[in-house]
Design a protein around this ligand. Structure first.
Ligand code: PLP
Length: 406
């Protein structure tokens, strides 16, 4: 698998209204028409290139959408005010009342809560299954099933989905495979592997500066247009539109994504390997001990590595909390949810981003209370980071003190 997304993004070139090197930001919620007839035609969806109202689309959102379509290799992409805005729009667009969804049991807590609790209002049910067991996935599909949904690399357990096999299964049953690729932009090109719809929380790696929330749906032009339809488009009618100023700033940050992803991956791989060697339970798709290592190797774009996320199990919630507080004090990063920032971010998912999942289900998944999820930052000297993290663990007796050679 080697889709040259960053080369395609590199070839994008826009000029601002006055010849600026950045496209001009569309600072308007509404747009004028010279004739009333064109306005009517635009509402009917018959006028290419005319803007109507910024909840529908805006030049700045279209520029960012174009770059994201290049990233995933899809025909089109729409942008949203958050990752959840993108996820809820896609699901509501594809799924009517009384239907069914097959979904990985390890996914972001907000998506889990949306599927499990919110969609009850519409009598939409979800089977949460082990997405790595293709037999179980297929057995879960019923005539009512409207999609298979998973994350390419899952939050928080970093389970790797076999997108090619899942796509074959989805096609066999005539349903779309929807993949949330938030954890692995550039590392994995889910659409090129067969996903029909690819979702991103732009809040994370793609924007990379932890200063806004945003989301994207990368898919066929038909599907992207259907989401914007003024009569029945979930994006248009649920209203989670991204603001143009934010779209412009995300587009600028996206230009360094290829450089950042390589460094995030390099640093995460270094730390995961070092802590595994030290005897800690480290989970990282780049480690041979990871059950999804071979799957990841087969479907990744090798130059971007195995991604910037890793988990360490430090035995108990007390250990996890004490370690995170100490690491923050030692300036190793922030005790904060989210990911993709230049500094390392760490949180205990059991009591934060996955707290929507009941405790018994967390245990069943292997989500232990001592698990810390790390989004590894862009540290220039990762060995120094390792030594400081290690000394925090030694101070808290999570790891024994290393013998000092004299
Ligand atoms: N998908 C994944 C994998 C996530 O981790 C998150 C948030 O943490 C989301 C979607 C939701 O994105 P947002 O917070 O931008 O709505």
């Amino acid at each position: 698998m080697d889709y040259k997304a960053s080369e395609n993004i590199q070839d994008l070139q826009y000029f601002g209204e006055f010849g600026g090197v950045n496209p001009s930001i569309s600072d308007s919620s509404t747009y004028t028409f010279l004739s009333a007839k064109t306005m009517f035609d635009t509402f009917e969806g018959n006028t290419e290139g005319c803007y109507l109202y910024s909840r529908h689309s805006s030049p700045s959102n279209l520029y960012l959408g174009e770059a994201l379509a290049q990233l995933e290799g899809t025909e089109s992409a729409n942008v949203y005010a958050s990752g959840m805005g993108a996820i809820s729009s896609v699901i509501m667009q594809l799924c009517n009342a009384n239907k069914h969804i097959v979904c990985s049991r390890t996914i972001y807590g907000g998506t889990y809560a949306f599927l499990k609790n919110f969609l009850k209002k519409f009598n939409i049910s979800t089977s949460f299954i082990d997405i790595t067991d293709l037999e179980i996935v297929e057995q879960s599909i019923t005539p009512k099933t409207k999609m298979i949904y998973c994350e390419a690399v899952s939050n928080p357990l970093l389970e790797v989905a076999d997108i090619q096999s899942l796509s074959r299964l989805a096609k066999k049953h005539g349903i779309p495979l929807v993949v949330d690729n938030t954890f692995s932009p550039l590392n994995i090109n889910a659409a090129k592997l067969g996903a029909e719809i690819v979702i991103h929380s732009l809040t994370k790696f793609i924007n990379g500066s932890s200063d806004c929330v945003a989301g994207a749906v990368c898919a066929s032009t038909d599907f992207c247009l259907s989401l914007k339809d003024v009569n029945d488009g979930a994006g248009m009618l649920l209203g989670s539109t991204l603001d143009s100023l934010r779209a412009a700033s995300i587009l600028k940050n996206m230009r360094t994504l290829h450089v950042r992803i390589k460094k995030h991956s390099e640093n995460a791989h270094y730390l995961a390997a070092a802590f595994e060697k030290d005897g800690l339970k480290a989970v990282y798709p780049g480690l041979e001990s990871h059950p999804g290592h071979e799957t990841m190797k087969n479907q990744m774009n090798a130059e971007y590595g195995f991604g910037g996320l890793m988990t360490l199990d430090v035995g108990s919630l007390e250990n996890a909390n004490a370690l995170m507080e100490l690491m923050q004090k030692e300036k190793l990063g922030y005790l904060a949810v989210s990911l993709g920032f230049y500094k390392t971010l760490f949180s205990a998912p059991g009591t934060s981003t996955s707290s929507e999942i009941p405790l018994e289900e967390q245990e069943e998944l292997g989500l232990s209370q001592g698990l810390i999820r790390f989004s590894i930052g862009l540290d220039n000297d990762i060995h120094k980071t390792y030594l400081t993290m290690r000394s925090c663990m030694e101070e808290l007796e999570i790891l024994p003190k290393k013998a000092v050679l004299v």
